[in-house]
Ligand binder design. Structure first.
Ligand SMILES: N[C@@H](CCC[C@H](N)C(=O)O)C(=O)O
Length: 264
């Protein structure tokens, strides 16, 4: 039998499996996504007594993503519950990410977002900033994975399932992109995200929330530094914009259940 836990971070849900389990990760991870109807399977390998852990995300379509903000929050909580440590550095495909666990609230140091076309990546030589693409004014940024961000008056007035795929698969994004709708509110920004790999809308996306905050800042819709609240359907996320250009993602996480699947 192989055991798993299910966690969610503001509604973005993940099965979590010990990386030492003797399973073929892509097949096992996609099967688990399907049977549990979750947004991804995280394989976590605890190292140095929990000071560090490796994180591999297998998505429902079998792809692997270099980084996942809400997944990192859930991963840090899982490691903390197993080891008692409240500071964990996750080794991700986008580099090390330091996480701090305070009860159910986890903060991830998300690094420096990149607008450079080589880093997003983009199939052109100039950054894509507030430019018309498939009928929307889009800005492209990499916050660990590629994101397209567009600001609208009301995120719920847009048919995300219809508008997102042409941008998600646009030739300007050679590796595809997650597509985010954002709308200014009294307290920050509403968020809806269509995720690459899930190929549909999720209840929250951490790298997407960071993308919205940094794009808002770049376009003059939010301050250059400080904290920005981004609200996907699953709850509120606090994004820190620091003077040195690095960012943080803070929000609640919760273990929902524990289960086992037969190896046969
Ligand atoms: N839900 C995630 C993002 C996961 C990766 C994404 N679907 C991709 O393929 O780039 C988050 O919370 O950041």
């Amino acid at each position: 039998m192989t055991s798993y836990d299910v966690y969610h971070g503001t509604g973005n849900d993940f099965a979590v499996v010990d990386a030492d389990e003797q399973v073929e990760k892509t097949a096992f991870g996609t099967d688990l996504c399907r049977s549990l109807d979750v947004d991804g399977t995280l394989f976590l390998g605890i190292e140095d007594g929990g000071e560090r852990a490796t994180m591999t995300l297998v998505q429902p379509d079998g792809s692997r993503a270099a980084m996942c903000g809400n997944g990192a929050r859930c991963a840090a909580k899982w490691v903390s519950e197993r080891t008692g440590r409240d500071v964990v550095t996750l080794e991700t495909g986008a580099g090390p990410r330091r996480c701090t666990v305070e009860g159910d609230v986890v903060t991830v140091e998300m690094g420096t977002p990149a607008f450079d076309p080589d880093d997003v990546p983009l199939a052109r030589e100039a950054a894509l900033v507030d430019e018309a693409l498939e009928g929307y004014d889009v800005t492209a940024v990499n916050t660990g994975v590629p994101h397209a961000v567009t600001f609208v008056d009301d995120v719920d007035a847009v048919d995300l399932a219809e508008m997102a795929p042409p941008i998600r698969h646009h030739e300007v994004f050679p590796e595809g992109a997650n597509v985010n709708l954002a709308a200014p509110t009294e307290h920050g920004f509403d968020q809806r995200t269509y995720e690459r790999g899930v190929e549909g809308e999720t209840q929250a996306c951490g790298t997407g929330a960071v993308a919205i905050a940094v794009v808002a800042s770049r376009l003059g819709l939010a301050p250059e530094t400080g904290e920005v609240t981004v609200s996907p359907p699953g709850g509120d996320l606090a994004i820190g914009l620091r003077e040195d250009g690095t960012t943080t993602l803070r929000g609640p996480t919760e273990r929902m259940l524990t289960g086992e699947v037969s190896d046969a």
